[in-house]
Ligand binder design. Structure first.
Ligand code: AP5
Ligand code: MG
Length: 217
């Protein structure tokens, strides 16, 4: 029987989840589902979910589980997720992880689960987030020092305008890190206790991290 593949990338804010997930999902030909990106898209279209999520995101807090779970259930029920999907930024609380487990237990065809944790120090995170820039048109993630754009302010791939996320302001980053340690680190322990967690050194350059990820699947 063909098995679907479900990949979870865990890690603190700025750990490199999006950078790795974009590449891994492309290579594996499965959808890259970032709950943060879904909320930002909802906000752009001014949907009730987007407007509700904004107040939490701007404050560096987690969006309540019910809202996240409803949005995610809808997304993974779409046809393109039949052979699997890659989750970036989900689950972020133990109840979210339990809800995903319940869904996977019912899934047809059964899914092979891979859970990765990108380990990065708080100091590196602050440096990565401070310089992050994202393309308005194609979503490419760059960094003003670590992966500087060839033309200042323009995306290397499509020439689109680069912008900085509102929640990347230093005081919000501090709060996001606090929330990560309090609410999301228990999710790392949850998967460790189940014996499915693979931790990686996320401090290395993106190509090295990617090669390690690929090698572990
Ligand atoms: P979300 O958008 O998921 O943000 P996050 O988890 O805080 O993570 P980031 O996107 O900031 O970082 P990343 O790990 O993707 O790093 P990136 O690859 O960009 O969530 C935002 C908000 O939405 C949350 O705060 C919450 O409010 C809400 N939310 C989302 N999901 C939720 C959920 N499940 N439950 C409740 N609320 C939820 O890299 C960062 C920078 O570093 C870039 O500049 C990049 O170029 C650079 N870089 C990356 N890797 C490397 C490397 N190896 N070496 C050098 N530089 C690197
Ligand atoms: Mg991200």
């Amino acid at each position: 029987m063909i098995m679907a593949i479900v990949i979870i990338i865990l890690g603190a804010p700025g750990a490199g989840k999006g950078t790795q997930a974009t590449q891994l999902a492309a290579v594996r030909a499965i959808p890259h589902i970032s709950t943060g990106d879904l909320f930002r898209e909802n906000l752009k279209s001014a949907t009730p979910i987007g407007i509700k999520a904004k107040e939490f995101m701007d404050a560096g807090r987690l969006v309540p589980d019910e809202i996240v779970l409803d949005m995610l259930s809808e997304r993974v029920a779409l046809d393109d997720c039949r052979d699997g999907y890659l989750l970036d930024g989900f689950p972020r609380t133990v109840p979210q992880a339990e809800a995903l487990d319940a869904r996977l237990a019912r899934a047809e065809p059964a899914a092979q689960l891979h859970v990765f944790n990108l380990e990065v120090s708080d100091e590196t995170i602050v440096q990565r987030i401070a310089g992050r820039r994202i393309c308005k048109s194609c979503g490419k993630i760059q960094h003003v020092v670590l992966s500087p754009p060839q033309v200042a302010g323009k995306c290397d791939d499509c020439g689109g305008e680069l912008y900085q996320r509102k929640d990347d302001a230093p005081e919000v980053v501090e709060q996001r890190l606090r929330v990560y340690h309090e609410q999301t680190e228990p999710v790392v322990a949850y998967y460790e206790n189940k014996g499915v967690l693979k931790s990686l050194d996320g401090e290395r350059d993106p190509e090295t991290v990617f090669a390690q990820l690929e090698g572990l699947i």
